[in-house]
Design a binder for this molecule. Structure first.
Ligand code: GDP
Ligand code: MG
Length: 225
């Protein structure tokens, strides 16, 4: 028997996505499950950061992961090794998840048993930003090799996120990446944005990130009382 389920999910073209997302968010609050939507371009480090995040928090909360991908199950295998419950969602070619697709995933994950559910969205800086998944909070990863100009090129992604993780900070000396300029560009788009430089490779910044997430999960549960 396989170590995780694979579900084929279809986009619901008729649903009013924003309304559906708001309903899902409310349901999750009542169930006291925090849903994090994690977005980035392919290769920025979502799966590696998730592995680190699970290591940091698994002794204090029950964590489930939904790995969304067009067709593969590579990332679900990686996450399954951490011991966290994981399901693989296949979007059948779609470059993002909407609220109805997320709801289908949540049903497969047995959300009642989770304090923290994490959705690794499809790798893309454009489409996922346009669809509210119903998540409690949105996080994005920008990695150093992608360049400090990405807030200028993909503003919506930076606007819809609550937290920006600037990953692969361990290799910054090899790239012309101006950390301060990047932060300034992101803050101009979204003054509330929390920005944490991290390295999923060395562990730098992971405790600050885990602390942010821990506080958000706690607040979410209190609001659901
Ligand atoms: N140097 C360095 N490499 C990293 C870091 N985080 C991830 N990687 C590497 O970047 C590649 C893509 O990472 P992955 O987590 O699969 O990215 P995803 O496609 O966004 O899920 C892998 O080879 C990782 O080992 C980091 O902080 N520093
Ligand atoms: Mg991945």
């Amino acid at each position: 028997m396989s170590e995780f389920r694979i579900m084929e999910i279809k986009q619901s073209i008729f649903a009013d996505n924003d309304k559906d997302a708001e309903c899902l968010r409310q349901e999750l609050k009542e169930k006291k499950t925090f849903l994090l939507n994690l977005m980035s371009s392919p290769g920025a480090g979502k799966t590696t950061v998730l592995t680190r995040t699970i290591e940091a928090l698994k002794d204090e909360m029950r964590i489930g992961v939904m790995e969304a991908d067009i067709d593969s199950d590579v990332d679900a295998h990686t996450i399954a090794k951490t011991g966290a419950k994981v399901i693989q969602l296949h979007t059948g070619g779609m470059c993002h998840l909407d609220a109805d697709m997320t709801r289908q995933g949540i049903k497969g994950l047995d959300i009642e048993e989770m304090d923290l559910a994490i959705l690794e969205n499809v790798g893309n800086l454009v489409c996922p930003a346009e669809f509210d998944t119903g998540a409690s909070k949105n996080a994005m990863i920008l990695s150093v090799p992608e360049g400090d100009d990405k807030p200028l090129k993909y503003p919506l992604m930076f606007q819809v996120c609550d937290v920006l993780l600037i990953n692969k900070i361990d290799v910054i000396e090899y790239f012309d990446f101006d950390l301060e300029a990047c932060k300034e560009r992101a803050k101009k788009l979204n003054p509330e944005l929390k920005i944490i430089p991290i390295s999923a490779k060395t562990g730098e910044g992971i405790e600050e990130w885990a602390h942010w997430l821990r506080q958000e999960v706690k607040t979410w549960k209190e609001e659901g009382e």
